[in-house]
Every structure is written in structure tokens, then in C-alpha cells.
Write a protein that binds this ligand. Structure first.
Ligand SMILES: [Zn+2]
Length: 330
């Protein structure tokens, strides 16, 4: 997730806290709940902020520490702490054990993510980059068409159920029970902390490369439609093997291989329109055999490349499979 620079993150946090209209009423309840949680495990003393609002904007690494200690308590669904947590951090509507109903705060949060002034680029799923996740307008009001995934399961740890850095705009496939759903991803606390798109150090884009492999070691791709079965898509995580866990968890190789024609078509184009061929086209258009040497000629060459490979269009209009296309063309 790209949250912008430090000053933007600071203002984002303040704006997020101000979205919750009843913060003042929730604060004394949080103080009481916090005390009860610390009584169960002293480690929480250094983890849980006194201010309710601060918990909502804690960095992901702090949330991950809270999550691990909280889950280690092994609280049941009927434990008073679970009920109090679900009430105070009511992402969904919740009726507590005293019969009080707590409003769902999900709409407030979805609205925050959809507010374009906040700078979120919500176009495709942050886990797979395959499906579009976007807001659309219906009857004059803005509606969400995306799921906000809780990276760390709010059912296991309700007190991080409203925290900004626990949310990832995701498609229904990634967020659904077949892939992530309510599952606890990854085998260790260290991996859970490291491999969240909301961790500022997370860098799937740079570390993982999407590659097309020919199963028989032959490089030519010309006429891919006839030879689709000879190719497969691989996610290369050699720069940091931990990232292969993300590829596995979200079944990216299997899912991308279904769409491998996207990559193979580009490879065909790349083979057909080499730099030399593009230069020839530019010369024809400019009528000048020094096309590359003039600014006008350079503009024509760039334009031809963009037209053939749809690069600017895909970047500007946030089409899916952006990383696949960039990696294949590199
Ligand atoms: Zn997805």
C-alpha cells in the first residue's frame, strides 16, 4: 500500500481518527477494556496505547505484536473481553451481552478509503492485481465495490478491528474463504508481521519478478496462440524467499497461469516490434532517416512504443495485470 510520504501519513492518521463521530464516548470504555486486557497479560502494558484514537492509527508492526499476544490468550467467543472488544471496535453491527446494539463502522471506513483526497489508489486488488476493486456511483451516492480485508483477523483479535493499517482493499476472491477468508496466513509471527501490504517495509513490487518460462527451454514465442501449453508463468522470489509465501498463500501462479495469454501476447509483440523495427516505422512516418536524432523523431518512437504495448494507457487507467506486463517487457 502506498500511503505517501511522512507528512501525508501524519495527516492521513489525523483525518482517519476524525472520521469516527463518537470517539469521546468510546474513550472511557477503552480505558476500562484496556485495564481488563492488561490484567490478563502484563505484556499488553507496553503495547496498548491509552488513547482509543491512537490504537486506530498504530503502525502495522505494532498491530502485529498486539495480535500475537492477544491470540495467545486463547479467549473463547463468549469471553467478556471478546464481547467488549467486538462492541467497542464494531466494524460490523454488534449486539453485546447486555442487549445494547453497536453500529457498524464499516461504512465510515469504506468512505475514508474511497475519498480520493486521501490518496488511495484503489483500482485493482492489492493482493493479486487481477480483479478490479473500485467505487462506483449508484443513485447519486458513492458505493464500494471492494472488500476491505482485515490482514490480521478481527474475529481472533477484535481490538484491532478498526485500525487503519490493518486494512487492504482486496477482491472478493482473495478475501473470500477459498483463499484468505478468516485464515491466519503464514506459519510464524515474524512472517505475519513482514508480509502484509500495509507494512511500510513490504515491497512485493521490487522483490518479486513475474517471468514467463518455456517448459522445453526454447526461447522463441512467436505465434503464442498455437503454443500456449509450452509456456508457464513463474513468480521469482529469489531476492527474498519469504515472499514466495505470499505467492503460495494467494495461489498467484495458478491464477496467473490461467491468464498467461496476457504475457505471451506481449512477448510476441516484443519479438515482432524490435527497436530496429520501431525505428524503421518512425523513419517512414517522419520521412527522415535521422528520426532518432531529432526531438520530433524521438517523440514518434516513444509514441509508437506506447501504441503497440499500451504502456501509458495501462498505467494511466490502472488496468489489471500491471506488474505482469511491466515485468514481461523489462
Ligand atoms: Zn485479489
Amino acid at each position: 500500500m502506498d500511503y505517501g510520504d511522512k507528512s501525508h501519513i501524519k495527516s492521513l492518521k489525523e483525518k482517519y481518527k476524525s472520521c469516527f463521530p463518537d470517539m469521546a464516548q468510546r474513550q472511557p470504555r477503552w480505558v476500562s477494556l484496556r485495564r481488563s486486557i492488561i490484567q490478563r497479560d502484563r505484556r499488553f502494558r507496553g503495547l496498548l496505547p491509552i488513547q482509543f484514537g491512537e490504537l486506530l492509527v498504530l503502525d502495522f508492526e505494532c498491530l502485529a505484536d498486539i495480535y500475537e499476544v492477544y491470540v495467545s490468550l486463547g479467549l473463547s467467543k463468549t469471553d467478556d473481553l471478546t464481547d467488549d472488544g467486538k462492541s467497542l471496535f464494531s466494524y460490523d453491527k454488534h449486539k453485546d451481552r447486555n442487549g445494547n446494539t453497536w453500529d457498524a463502522l464499516q461504512p465510515v471506513i469504506a468512505k475514508f478509503f474511497m475519498d480520493t483526497d486521501n490518496g488511495f489508489e484503489i483500482h485493482t486488488c492489492h493482493y493479486c492485481d487481477m480483479a478490479y476493486v473500485n467505487a462506483y456511483t449508484m443513485n447519486g451516492g458513492k458505493k464500494a465495490q471492494f472488500d476491505l480485508d482485515h490482514v490480521l483477523n478481527k474475529a481472533k483479535c477484535p481490538i484491532i478491528g478498526l485500525s487503519l493499517f490493518n486494512f487492504v482493499p482486496a477482491c472478493q476472491m482473495c478475501n473470500g474463504s477459498r483463499i484468505k477468508g478468516q485464515k491466519q496466513l503464514y506459519s510464524s509471527a515474524a512472517l505475519r508481521k513482514k508480509l502484509s501490504p500495509t507494512n511500510t517495509a513490504y515491497d512485493f513490487e521490487r522483490i518479486v519478478t513475474i517471468e514467463v518460462h518455456n517448459k522445453h527451454g526454447v526461447c522463441s514465442t512467436f505465434g503464442f496462440e498455437k503454443r500456449m501449453d509450452e509456456y508457464e508463468i513463474k513468480f521469482n522470489s529469489f531476492k527474498d524467499p519469504d515472499y514466495s509465501e505470499v505467492v503460495k498463500a494467494f495461489h498467484l501462479e495458478e491464477r496467473y497461469n490461467y491468464h498467461k495469454c496476457e504475457a505471451l501476447r506481449l512477448l510476441d509483440l516484443k519479438e515482432r516490434y524490435t527497436d530496429a523495427r520501431i525505428m524503421e516505422l518512425a523513419r517512414l512516418m517522419v520521412g527522415d532517416d535521422k528520426a532518432k536524432a531529432t526531438p520530433h523523431g524521438m517523440r514518434i518512437i516513444t509514441q509508437i512504443k506506447h501504441d503497440i504495448f499500451s504502456l501509458e494507457f495501462k498505467k494511466h487507467f490502472h488496468r489489471s495485470f500491471g506488474k505482469l506486463q511491466n515485468d514481461v517487457l523489462k
